[in-house]
Design a protein around this ligand. Structure first.
Ligand SMILES: Cc1cc2nc3c(=O)[nH]c(=O)nc-3n(C[C@H](O)[C@H](O)[C@H](O)COP(=O)(O)OP(=O)(O)OC[C@H]3O[C@@H](n4cnc5c(N)ncnc54)[C@H](O)[C@@H]3O)c2cc1C
Length: 263
């Protein structure tokens, strides 16, 4: 069985910066971590690997060259191989172009991939669209909001969080599953894993290496455009009503709140 896990490197703080001119995210800087939900996806893949003896786990990341660190961390946690998708031309990719590139990277992982696990959303872009984009480009089912996974011989039974509860679905392989934080407690790298991570080479692909044209990725391959980036303006007024022993100040307050549609 072959499981692919997507690991995205994201800023380690909530302080995601955008270039005000281009609307493009600034992805340089040292304070980067693996997207937390991708750690849940990775932990689940390792859990499945430890429960059987026929499982290979490949981690895939698209980003700057520094994203190799995320792949090494994934191997330290128990993955067997890492694929880095990196080239200047990928910069500025929206979820369509990212989905196309990640789908091409999955094909490079081999034609034996049964299960793709990823986070439901990344803490920086946070669109939650990448998983279904990849499933679309691979022409396989994409299941979202998954909080439990049970692997069978040729299928997977998943528990999806839906509006009024849960649904259990069994889907034959290959399938892509995006997970939420309820799926598990995130695992830790092991000493053996850390030693292995030093030795395992990371396969790297650029645009032609993935069999794509540069017009399909980056800003040229991204129909979504950031029109303007701005911080919302917050304004605050204080209105004081003095208690005068009558209900009038309270009545006025209620009238005001109704006029602002607060109550
Ligand atoms: C309008 C718009 C414009 C954007 N413009 C830019 C831009 O100019 N430059 C830019 O860098 N980004 C841009 N982004 C963000 C860009 O879409 C994301 O970098 C990327 O497409 C993933 O989107 P996301 O963070 O929303 O991931 P989500 O869809 O929230 O992530 C879901 C899961 O997909 C997987 N995943 C997502 N991205 C990767 C990755 N790179 N490698 C491995 N796994 C991954 C992870 O497992 C993640 O948990 C833009 C987004 C929007 C909505």
């Amino acid at each position: 069985m072959h499981i692919v896990v997507f690991v995205k490197q994201v800023p380690g703080t909530d302080n995601v910066k955008l270039d005000p001119e281009t609307g493009v995210m600034i992805r340089t800087g040292k304070d980067v971590i693996i997207n937390p939900l991708d750690e849940n996806a990775l932990t689940e893949a390792i859990k499945i690997k430890n429960s059987r003896n026929d499982v290979k786990v490949t981690a895939i990341s698209m980003g700057p060259l520094s994203a190799e660190r995320a792949l090494k961390e994934a191997i330290a946690m128990g993955a067997d191989a890492g694929i880095l998708v990196s080239a200047r031309e990928f910069a500025g990719s929206d979820t369509i172009a990212t989905g196309k590139a990640l789908a091409a990277a999955v094909r490079k992982a081999g034609d034996d991939v049964d299960l793709i696990l990823c986070g439901e959303r990344a803490t920086d872009g946070e669109t939650g669209q990448t998983a279904v984009m990849v499933a679309n480009y691979l022409d396989i089912p994409g299941e979202t909001y998954v909080s439990a996974v049970e692997v069978k011989d040729n299928s997977v039974v998943i528990k999806r969080t839906v509006e009024r509860g849960f649904e259990l679905v069994e889907i034959p392989f290959p399938v892509l599953v995006s997970v939420n934080k309820d799926i598990n407690e995130v695992g830790m790298p092991t000493l053996n894993g850390k030693l292995k991570a030093k030795k395992v080479p990371i396969s790297a692909y650029d645009v032609p290496g993935l069999g794509l044209d540069k017009s399909e990725v980056g800003l040229t391959g991204s129909p979504t455009r950031v029109v303007k980036v701005f911080s919302p303006k917050l304004s605050r007024d204080t209105i004081m009503k003095k208690a005068d022993g009558t209900t009038q100040p309270v009545d006025e307050m209620i009238k005001f709140l109704i006029s602002k549609e607060c109550i």
